[in-house]
Design a protein around this ligand. Structure first.
Ligand code: B12
Length: 231
C-alpha cells in the first residue's frame, strides 16, 4: 500500500469511527504529504461515510454514530478548506438540500433523521425546522441555490402542503429548478405520483439513496414519475 493509500484509508477509518480528533489530524498529515485535498475527501472521507451508512442500514450503527461521523467529516473538511481553491470547493459538495416539516406539522424526529443521514453523506443540508410555510421553502431554496427540496409530513392533513409547494413551483414557472422529494408516515408512492413529486422514500436510509440517484441520474426535474425507494 502506498503512503497515499494508507493516509486515505486512515481518514476513511477516522470518519467511520466518528473520531473527530483523528480526522483532523489525518487531514493535516494528508496536506503535509502533498495529497490533493479534494481527492482526499472524495476517495477517503466519503468512503468512511459510506461505511457508517452501511452499518446503520444493518442496524450495527445508530443515530449518534451517524452524528459523530458527520462531525468527523466536518473536522477534516475544516482543515482541507484552507488548502482548496474556492472554485474547487463545489466539487466537495454532493448537492444542496433544503429540508423541513411542512406547515401546521410539528413532527420532526423522522425529518431530523433524514437531515442527519444526508449531512453525513456529504450533502449541504439547510434544515428549516418544523411548520415551515411553502413560501419559506421557496425563498430558502432560491437563496441557497438548492438542488433538492425535501418535505416531511406526518399528518394526512398537512401532506396537502407537499402538493401546494409543487403547485406553487409549477405556477411560478420554477418547477424545473428543484427536485422535490416527499416522505413521512402518511405519505405513499401513490401520493407522490398524484402530486407530481420527483421522489419518495420510506426511510432515512432510503432518502439518501433516493437523492443520490436523482442527482446522478442526469434527468432534469420534473420527472414524469417519482423515483420510489421503498426501504
Ligand atoms: C412522536 C409523535 C408525536 C410527537 C412529535 C414529537 C416530535 N418532536 O416529532 C407529538 C406528541 C408532539 C405529536 C403530536 C401530534 N400527533 Co403525532 N405522532 C407521533 C408518533 C407516535 C411517532 C412519529 C415519529 O417520530 N416516528 C418515528 C420517525 C423516525 O418516523 P417518521 O417520522 O415516519 O420518519 C421516517 C419516515 O417517514 C421517513 N421520512 C420522514 N420524513 C421524510 C421526508 C422525506 C423527504 C423522506 C424522503 C422521508 C422521510 O424517514 C424517517 C426515518 O426513517 C406517530 C405515530 C407513528 N407511528 O408514526 C404519531 C402520529 C404521526 N401523530 C398523529 C397525530 C394525530 C398527532 C396530533 C394531531 C395529536 C393531537 N391530537 O394533538 C399532534 C399533531 C401536532 C402537529 N400539529 O403536528 C397521527 C397522525 C395521523 C394522520 N395520519 O394524520 C399519528 C400517525 C398517530 C396516530 N396513529 O394517530 N405526535
Amino acid at each position: 500500500m502506498s503512503k497515499k493509500e494508507e493516509l486515505l484509508d486512515k481518514l476513511a477509518r477516522a470518519i467511520a469511527d466518528g473520531d473527530t480528533q483523528a480526522a483532523g489530524k489525518v487531514a493535516e498529515e494528508i496536506i503535509a504529504a502533498g495529497i490533493d485535498p479534494v481527492e482526499a475527501v472524495l476517495q477517503g472521507a466519503t468512503r468512511g461515510l459510506e461505511v457508517v451508512g452501511d452499518r446503520f442500514k444493518r442496524l450495527e450503527a445508530f443515530l449518534p454514530d451517524l452524528i459523530q461521523a458527520g462531525d468527523a467529516m466536518k473536522a477534516c473538511v475544516a482543515v482541507f478548506k484552507q488548502h482548496i481553491k474556492p472554485e474547487k470547493m463545489a466539487e466537495l459538495s454532493r448537492g444542496k438540500i433544503v429540508i423541513g416539516t411542512v406547515y401546521g406539522d410539528i413532527h420532526d424526529i423522522g425529518k431530523n433523521l433524514v437531515a442527519t443521514m444526508l449531512a453525513a453523506s456529504g450533502y449541504e443540508v439547510q434544515d428549516l425546522g418544523i411548520s415551515v410555510p411553502v413560501k419559506r421553502f421557496i425563498e430558502e431554496s432560491e437563496a441557497n441555490k438548492a438542488n433538492v427540496i425535501a418535505l416531511s409530513a406526518l399528518l394526512t392533513q398537512t401532506s396537502y402542503y407537499q402538493k401546494q409547494l409543487i403547485d406553487y413551483l409549477r405556477d411560478a414557472g420554477m418547477r424545473n429548478k428543484y427536485y422535490v422529494v416527499v416522505g413521512g408516515a402518511p405519505v405513499s408512492p401513490e401520493w407522490a405520483k398524484e402530486i407530481g413529486a420527483d421522489g419518495y422514500a420510506r426511510t432515512a436510509v432510503g432518502a439518501t439513496q433516493l437523492i443520490n440517484q436523482l442527482l446522478t441520474s442526469g434527468a432534469k426535474p420534473p420527472l414524469p414519475q417519482p423515483l420510489v425507494i421503498n426501504q
